[in-house]
Design a protein around this ligand. Structure first.
Ligand SMILES: Cc1ncc(C[n+]2csc(CCOP(=O)(O)OP(=O)(O)O)c2C)c(N)n1
Length: 377
C-alpha cells in the first residue's frame, strides 16, 4: 500500500502545487494527508466540473500543473469542462485528474457504482484522455512523474485512475490536523431524521440524499418496523435529491413531498434551489441537514456552516423559510412546516453516525417499482 504522504511528496516533486476536488471515500486517506499538510494548496469545491474550472483558472494564472480529485461517479459532472474547456483540442490546459475507481471489475461495491465502474476507463479513453492505473503495488513516484510530463507535453488533462485499497491509513496527530473545532451543536442527523419521522402524518413522500442520510433513514425505518414504499433513497446521483423530489411534487400536487438534503449534496447543484423556490409547488418541502462536512466519505469540510442557506432560500422565492438548531425549535418548526410552500428548512447538526450503519436494499429496481406503484396508486 502507498503512504499518502509519500504520494503527496511525489506530486509536489512533479510540480503540482494546487489541488481541488470533491471527496471520495476511496481517496479518504490521501485527502486526509492533503488536508493535514501545507505541501499543496487545497480547495474542496462544489462539484467535479467546478473543480476542473477552478484548476483551469489556476493553471492559466500560474503556469503550474493542478490536480483535480474526484470519485468516478463525478466524472459525469466534469465531462463538459474537460471536453469543452481543458481538452487538448480546445484551450489545451494541462492538468492531472485523480479518479477513485468505484465499481471496478472484480471488486465488491454498491449497486449504484457498478455501471459507472465498468465504463470509467472506456469513457476517459473515448474522451482522448490518457490513463494511468494506480494501485497498492504501483511504482507511484515514477507514475506521477510520467503522468505529469505527459499532461504538460500534451497540454491537456491526463488521468490517474485509483483502485480501492491503494492508500494506507495514516493517523494524523491532532496538532497536525486542520480538523474542525469540536461542535457546540446539540442535534445529530439521526436525531433530526427520527424527529422528522415522528412528525409525519403518514402520507408524505420522502426522498433522501446520498450517503449517511439515506442509510440512517433506512435503518430508522427498519428499527420502527415501518419500511416505507414512499421513501426514495437517492443512493447515487449526489446533489440531485431536491429535483427528484420536486419532480414527484409537481406530478402529485396532492402529496406532501420532503427532500432531505445534506450540505455537501445541496452545494453540489445549488442552482436547483432557485428552481425549487420558484416552482410554485406548494407541496414541496426541502429540508437541509447541515453538518458542515462530507461526513459520509470521511468528514472533509464544506463551506456549509459559513453559508446562509436560509437567506439563499428567501432570495430563491421559497414561500416559507425556517431554521432550527435545537430539539425544541426543530419540533416547533416541523409543526409549522406545512403552510403552503415551497418550504425550505435548515437544521444545523454536529457530526456523528453509528459505527455499523446498514445500507438500503441492493434491489434498486425493486425499490423503484415499489416507490412508483405507491405514488401512482
Ligand atoms: C457526483 C458524486 N461525487 C462524489 C460522491 C461521493 N460522495 C458520496 S456521499 C458524499 C458526501 C455527502 O455530503 P453531505 O451531503 O454533506 O452529507 P453527509 O455525508 O455530511 O451526511 C460524497 C462526496 C458521489 N457519490 N457522487
Amino acid at each position: 500500500m502507498i503512504d499518502p504522504n509519500d504520494f503527496l511528496t511525489a506530486l509536489k516533486r512533479a510540480g503540482v502545487d494546487f489541488a481541488c476536488g470533491v471527496p471520495d471515500s476511496l481517496l479518504k486517506e490521501f485527502l486526509l494527508a492533503l488536508q493535514s499538510s501545507n505541501l499543496i494548496e487545497h480547495h474542496i469545491v462544489a462539484n467535479e466540473g467546478a473543480a476542473v474550472a477552478l484548476a483551469a483558472g489556476h493553471q492559466m494564472a500560474s503556469g503550474k500543473l493542478p490536480l483535480i480529485y474526484m470519485q468516478n461517479s463525478g466524472l459525469g459532472n466534469a465531462v463538459s469542462p474537460l471536453m469543452s474547456l481543458a481538452h487538448k483540442r480546445v484551450y489545451a490546459i494541462p492538468m492531472l485528474l485523480m479518479i477513485g475507481h468505484r465499481g471496478e471489475a472484480g471488486k465488491h461495491d454498491e449497486p449504484q457504482h457498478l455501471a459507472m465502474g465498468e465504463v470509467t476507463v472506456p469513457i476517459l479513453a473515448d474522451m482522448g484522455i490518457d490513463i494511468f492505473s494506480l494501485n497498492q503495488d504501483s511504482d507511484f513516484a515514477a507514475l506521477v512523474q510520467e503522468a505529469a510530463a505527459m499532461a504538460r507535453e500534451q497540454s491537456g488533462p491526463v488521468a490517474i485512475v485509483v483502485s480501492s485499497g491503494t492508500f494506507v491509513n495514516v493517523s494524523v496527530s491532532s496538532s497536525d490536523s486542520k480538523s474542525q473545532p469540536e461542535s457546540k451543536l446539540t442535534l445529530t442527523r439521526e436525531l433530526v431524521l427520527n424527529t422528522v419521522l415522528d412528525s409525519l402524518a403518514g402520507d408524505e413522500v420522502i426522498c433522501s440524499t446520498t450517503g449517511f442520510t439515506s442509510r440512517e433513514l433506512n435503518e430508522l425505518r427498519r428499527e420502527r418496523g415501518t419500511t416505507n414504499a414512499a421513501d426514495f433513497f437517492n443512493v447515487g446521483a449526489m446533489g440531485h435529491v431536491a429535483q427528484i423530489a420536486l419532480g414527484v411534487a409537481l406530478a402529485r400536487p396532492g402529496k406532501r413531498v420532503i427532500a432531505i438534503d445534506g450540505d455537501g449534496s445541496l452545494i453540489m447543484h445549488m442552482g436547483s434551489m432557485a428552481v425549487g423556490g420558484c416552482s410554485g409547488a406548494t407541496n414541496f418541502f426541502h429540508l437541509l441537514i447541515n453538518n458542515g462536512m462530507h461526513e459520509s466519505v470521511g468528514g472533509q469540510p464544506t463551506v456549509g456552516l459559513r453559508t446562509d442557506f436560509c437567506a439563499v432560500a428567501r432570495a430563491c422565492n421559497f414561500k416559507q423559510v425556517i431554521a432550527a438548531d435545537n430539539i425544541e425549535t426543530l419540533i416547533e418548526c416541523l409543526k409549522a412546516a406545512g403552510q403552503p410552500g415551497p418550504t425550505f428548512m435548515e437544521v444545523k447538526v454536529r457530526p456523528g453516525a453509528k459505527e455499523k450503519l446498514g445500507r438500503p436494499s441492493d434491489n434498486l429496481r425493486g425499490a423503484r417499482d415499489a416507490f412508483s406503484a405507491h405514488i401512482q396508486s
